[in-house]
Design a protein around this ligand. Structure first.
Ligand code: MN
Length: 199
């Protein structure tokens, strides 16, 4: 198995946002995240740390409108950069499912790095806001991410009472599932884990 680090980078420039982002899958969990949306920074820092991905993001968005465009577009760019870092997906585990508790909250995530985007999101947030952050944007972010990296993702909250705890459990479970699914399967002979021969 070659030990070249799997990294990808993407830029996006529209009338609404300007984003540059890099990600290394075979990293240490280091991150430098500046999106202008505090809670989103916090979630992506958790994602990097628990996935052991190195992530650098600089984003400037039309926050005078609200956090929507910036949050969604960061999802788009992170998805695109992750897809390019995965490259041909040779020898990866492809599937993973993880449950993560965060005090009273429990969230389970199952995903397939299959090239087909799909999101099933069954997570109720008890409040509309976490600080200034609109909890409805978590689903928007994940939808943009899976659409641009081509993964099938199921997220389900089993229980939870605090919106901050639930959101942390979502991102930690996603991080650990991505880490496992993107990791190289020691038993694979380096081929693509699909009978189709491609993902
Ligand atoms: Mn927190």
């Amino acid at each position: 198995m070659n030990d070249k680090k799997r990294c990808g980078e993407k830029k996006r420039k529209t009338n609404e946002t300007r984003i540059s982002l890099s990600i290394c899958i075979d990293g240490t969990g280091r991150s430098d995240v500046n999106t202008g949306v505090g809670f989103l920074d916090h979630m992506i820092q958790l994602l990097a740390a628990h996935a052991r991905f190195d992530i650098d993001i600089n984003a400037e968005g039309d926050l005078n409108v609200d956090d929507h465009h910036t949050t969604e577009d960061v999802g788009i760019v992170l998805g695109g950069a992750f897809k390019s870092a995965l490259g041909g997906k040779s020898g990866i585990n492809r599937f993973a499912d993880v449950s993560v508790p965060m005090q009273e909250s429990l969230v389970s995530v199952a995903l397939d790095i299959c090239g087909r985007p799909y999101l099933a999101f069954e997570v109720e947030s008890p409040t509309e806001k976490i600080g200034d952050f609109d909890t409805g944007l978590i689903e928007e972010f994940l939808h943009a991410f899976v659409t641009h990296c081509g993964i099938t993702l199921h997220v389900q909250s089993v229980r939870g009472a605090n919106s901050h705890h639930i959101a942390e459990a979502v991102f930690k479970a996603l991080a650990r599932a991505l880490r496992r699914a993107a990791a190289i399967d020691p038993d694979s002979a380096g081929g693509v884990p699909s009978t189709k021969g491609t993902l």
